[in-house]
Design a protein around this ligand. Structure first.
Ligand SMILES: *Cc1c(COP(=O)(O)O)cnc(C)c1O
Length: 241
């Protein structure tokens, strides 16, 4: 995070895309993807007004959460979002320390997160990850499995089903980006039609946030455009240690 101008530039891209595609800019939340960034960089982003952070490595995230906590200096809440793929042996830490989880793809993980969510905390905000490009190697559920998993999550009292997330195959072509993201927004609308009261469509990263907003994203996950290049995970998380 070099300056507040960097955040303003990203927010400017969001606002401009919202206007261009007839959406309300207020309807698009900015999730700052802070994986591979230092505690100092996150603290600076907090001073500049950001409050929602995305991490994809549990241990790296827990170190940061321990330092930074769940409240900004002005006592407004800080939200921690787990955006990585879920390993069974990490569900307890995710359930205990995060506010949101974006990558649910198996009933088994949903059950574990539900069972391990401490009862004094609010229900864990939960998104189902969709395998947008239907490649076997990518994580996420295929489109035909979404309804079953959605019903499962809805029935779990310590999870709150909020919507969908996806990571399309990279493309520089705006129309191709939109075509892939539309798979997600169509599914999102299908779930709503079937009676799910969901409000979050997590899609769009530094290189496709405009296409994501065009297709109805309500949360964009932005890393490099905000923070610049990432360090390798787990190297020098704390520059002062
Ligand atoms: C790293 C990451 C991002 C951010 O990617 P950028 O291209 O740096 O904006 C978004 N979503 C997920 C799931 C990620 O792992």
């Amino acid at each position: 995070m070099h300056s507040i101008a960097t955040i303003q530039a990203v927010q400017g891209r969001i606002d401009k895309a919202a206007i261009r595609f007839g959406k309300s800019a207020d309807a698009v939340r900015l999730l700052a993807v802070s994986k591979g960034q230092s505690v100092t960089a996150i603290q600076q982003a907090i001073r500049y007004g950001l409050r929602c952070f995305g991490e994809n490595q549990v241990q790296e995230a827990l170190d940061k959460i321990k330092h930074i906590g769940h409240e900004a200096p002005d006592h407004t809440p800080i939200e921690w979002h787990f955006i990585g793929s879920i390993q069974s042996n990490k569900t307890r830490q995710i359930a205990e320390h995060f506010d949101w989880v974006h990558g649910i793809a198996r009933e088994k993980d949903a059950q574990r997160l539900n069972g391990q969510r401490p009862s004094h905390l609010a229900a864990l905000n939960s998104l189902i990850q969709i395998n947008v490009s239907a490649e076997a190697s990518k994580s996420g559920v295929n489109t035909d499995q979404v309804l079953t998993l959605a019903r499962c999550i809805t029935d779990l009292p310590h999870l709150r089903f909020r919507g969908l997330m996806g990571i399309p195959a990279p493309s520089n072509d705006f129309n191709e980006q939109r075509r892939q993201l539309r798979v997600l927004s169509d599914l999102f609308n299908t779930l709503k039609t079937k009676g799910h009261s969901i409000d979050t469509l997590s899609m769009g990263m530094s290189s496709d946030l405009e296409a994501a907003i065009a297709e109805g994203a309500t949360m964009v996950r932005i890393g490099s455009a905000l923070f610049g290049p990432r360090n390798q995970p787990s190297i020098h998380i704390h520059p002062d240690e």
